[in-house]
Design a binder for this molecule. Structure first.
Ligand code: HGY
Ligand code: MN
Ligand code: MN
Length: 428
């Protein structure tokens, strides 16, 4: 834990223009907007390095420049907007999130943190406040990881956990290479990707879960992020006629895939691994024809656990289960590819306390909670004292769904807390 002490200027608070913030959220949400048949709502599909992502990036950069920020782009496309300080040589306070989205997103995931940070800058300017430390707004590349298969990619490379070349060589489902896409959309920047450690990093994000709403809070202080494990499993069977092939002669890749889906849910329900969560989000069988036994199936297994030891034990049980599958169907081949893996990450206590103090001085009660989702902040903990602010979500905090929603008031409350926290940290 850092020994960061919060010597807040007594009573110094900063509030933002919630309507201006909201308008930018709704404006950005238009980029990648689509009609979601499942919900009947307008969702957002702005996956990383697509033309939609590029358009969103250009919109945010325009807003950064309009706010007087010096904009730089690094080798992996991370975007930084710098507001200078009265002591420009001091390490900056870094504040941001991501604007790339999953395919079925709402308007808030990541965007609240980037546009909220921008609103903090505008509000500092409105109030005529200058800070000792520079303030840098960050928009990280490929936080979601859903297109190229590794989440928190841009921030992990910036913090040194993953190599730039590893990122460049990632490919999407169509076989398109990350590095080529980055060049195609014009966002392979000149700035060296390894980030000089900031003084502190603060990120505001919609909670994406039901806790704050259930407990009656608008704002939460995040204590850390749970462990994440992503694996891709490819099952190789044998195509055969659905009518003539006796069961004992089948090597059915589809059956094996279904057994894995049931297995991970059984592991969760067993309670053997504490608060394990498991999701098979991607599942395909080919050739995908009614009269052909599948000769190939692909699936992804997303495991989450707040406890690293229990995560390791769950991964071990899954691996053992996969090893046994060919015994049940001789001839079946199972390939496993690691996509992403991060340990449980605690956030810095002193930054958490700074957030809680800012909220209290603004009149907001808060609770402390762990994040069920991964965030760029977990990567920043490797290089700087880091913590997060959560804003309550409505409708049980549903997310990665167009129904994701928070109110203008809750978003403004969260960004007020962000503004006050950043102001105080940047005044140290
Ligand atoms: O997967 C996650 O937890 C985050 O949305 N990247
Ligand atoms: Mn996010
Ligand atoms: Mn997300």
């Amino acid at each position: 834990m850092s020994d960061l002490r919060t010597r807040a200027a007594a009573g110094q608070t900063l509030t933002v223009d919630g309507t201006r913030l909201w308008d930018t959220l709704m404006e950005l949400a238009k980029i990648g907007a689509y009609h979601d048949a499942g919900t009947g709502l307008v969702g957002v599909n702005r996956q990383s390095l697509t033309d939609e992502d590029a358009a969103g990036r250009r919109l945010v950069i325009g807003w950064m420049k309009a706010a007087g920020l010096e904009v730089t782009i690094d080798e992996i496309g991370n975007i930084f907007g710098r507001r200078t300080g009265t002591e420009p040589g001091l390490a900056p306070v870094l504040v941001g999130s991501h604007i790339d989205s999953v395919a079925t997103a709402g308007a808030f995931d990541g965007c609240l943190g980037v546009l909220g940070a921008l609103e903090v800058v505008r509000s500092l300017d409105d109030a005529g406040i200058s800070t000792a430390r520079p303030i840098v707004v960050a928009a990280w590349t490929e936080e979601e990881g859903v297109r190229f298969g590794t989440d928190m990619l841009g921030s992990a490379v910036a913090a040194g956990r993953l190599a730039l070349d590893y990122a460049y060589d990632l490919i999407d489902e169509e076989g398109t290479r990350f590095g080529d896409e980055l060049v195609r959309i014009g966002f392979q920047g000149p700035q060296p990707v390894r980030l000089d450690p900031p003084y502190a990093y603060v990120e505001c994000h919609i909670e994406q879960g039901p806790v704050l709403a259930r407990e009656g809070y608008e704002v939460g202080v995040v204590t850390g992020v749970q462990a994440i494990s992503w694996q891709k499993v490819t099952l190789h069977g044998r195509a055969a006629h659905a009518g003539t092939t006796p069961t004992e002669l089948r090597v059915d890749a589809g059956l094996a895939a279904a057994q894995i889906v049931v297995k991970v849910r059984e592991m969760v329900d067993s309670g053997r691994y504490g608060r394990l969560r498991a999701t098979v989000g991607h599942l395909t069988a080919s050739p995908g024809l009614p009269s052909v036994v599948p000769d190939r199936a692909e699936l992804t297994v997303d495991l989450r656990n707040p406890d690293d030891a229990r995560m390791a034990a769950a991964e071990a049980e899954l691996a053992a289960f996969l090893d046994l599958l060919p015994g049940a169907q001789p001839g079946l081949r199972v390939d496993v590819k690691r996509m992403a893996k991060t340990s449980a990450v605690p956030f810095d206590e002193s930054v958490q306390d700074a957030i809680a103090a800012a909220a209290a001085d603004l009149g907001h009660d808060t609770m402390r909670l762990m994040s069920g989702a991964g965030h760029d902040a977990q990567e920043m903990t490797a290089i700087a004292p880091t913590a997060m602010i959560f804003v309550r979500g409505e409708y049980d905090g549903i997310s990665h769904n167009p129904r994701e929603y928070s109110t203008l008031e809750a978003c403004a409350a969260g960004i007020d807390v962000l503004a006050t926290t950043v102001l105080r940290l940047a005044s140290q």
